[in-house]
Design a protein around this ligand. Structure first.
Ligand SMILES: Nc1nc2c(c(=O)[nH]1)N[C@H]1C(S)=C(S)[C@@H](COP(=O)(O)O)O[C@H]1N2
Ligand SMILES: [Mo]
Length: 258
């Protein structure tokens, strides 16, 4: 038995224990269905939330879309310029690189897609724009308690992942930005029809403060999963908490379904 499957088994025992203690019914999970392990019993509440969403909602259920007249103003929250060393999540390594790329109007910017894909590759903005696009007017809900409605235009993440060839064992997709931000999704949210890589907002080019040249939009989860200033996407077989720059080690839940 590998270390990993041992971990899965003990986690399953924990879930079963927690479920019966709380009078909850958590149906028997196959190991493929199991949600990510946090290695921390205090996070078991997240696991129950994850399980409930995954049990109750059909995988492709769409979130509400709005009309143009519903669009509100959108504050820019968190990093608004990855090249600004005074911002909290500034990366000394990638900030200067972002500055250079922006000076060149992102002509040299590339999105790297790697990990558990058949053809690891890079995409220019023009290549992403040549793929099928989706436009959606959706509500962004931030964990800090505000929300905003905006129109987003971009390429479905699914199309990009399929262009790189998702290997059959892949279960998670991780996103890295030009600041000290990283987030991950499971395949259900990654392949969701409204999960897009957006290059346009409210009928214009994506503004810098909202994540230019490309940001993730995950309409099925809270705002912090929608990573701005994308640099790299890594497909994985296993859950990865993304260490110091991931949400978990910073005290936030990994799964924040809405
Ligand atoms: N790279 C990066 N992505 C990020 C953030 C950030 O600081 N850096 N903040 C997150 C949070 S908490 C929210 S609410 C949204 C805000 O998006 P907006 O600035 O377009 O409104 O971006 C998310 N994505
Ligand atoms: Mo947020």
């Amino acid at each position: 038995m590998t270390g990993q499957s041992r971990l899965v088994l003990s986690r399953r025992q924990l879930v079963t224990g927690l479920a019966s203690a709380g009078g909850l019914l958590v149906a028997g999970c196959s190991s493929r269905e199991l949600p990510p392990t946090y290695g921390n019993v205090l996070r078991m509440g997240d696991l129950v939330t994850y399980r409930a969403f995954r049990t109750l909602l059909p995988a492709g259920a769409l979130v509400r879309e709005y009309a143009r007249g519903d669009i509100t103003s959108s504050p820019a929250v968190g990093t608004s310029d990855p090249a600004d060393p005074h911002q909290g999540l500034y990366s000394a390594e990638r900030g200067p690189l972002f500055d250079q790329l922006r000076t060149g109007a992102f002509g040299d910017w590339r999105l790297r897609v790697e990990g558990r894909v058949a053809k690891p590759r890079e995409f220019s903005l023009a290549e992403l724009m040549a793929l099928p696009s989706r436009t959606q007017i959706t509500k962004h809900t931030c964990e800090e308690g505000w929300s905003a409605i905006a129109e987003w235009r971009g390429v479905p993440l699914r199309a990009v992942l399929e262009a790189a060839g998702i290997l059959p064992t892949a279960r998670f997709v991780n996103f890295f930005a030009f600041d000290e931000t990283a987030e991950g999704l499971d395949m259900i949210d990654a392949l969701h029809p409204q999960t897009i890589l957006a290059y346009g907002m409210n009928g214009r080019e994506l503004p810098l403060a909202h994540g230019a040249p490309l940001r993730l939009r995950v309409e099925t989860q809270l705002g912090y999963k929608s990573v701005k200033f994308l640099e790299r996407i890594v497909v994985k077989d296993e859950f990865d908490d993304l260490g110091k720059i991931g949400s978990l080690q910073n005290g936030w839940a990994w799964y924040v379904g809405i």
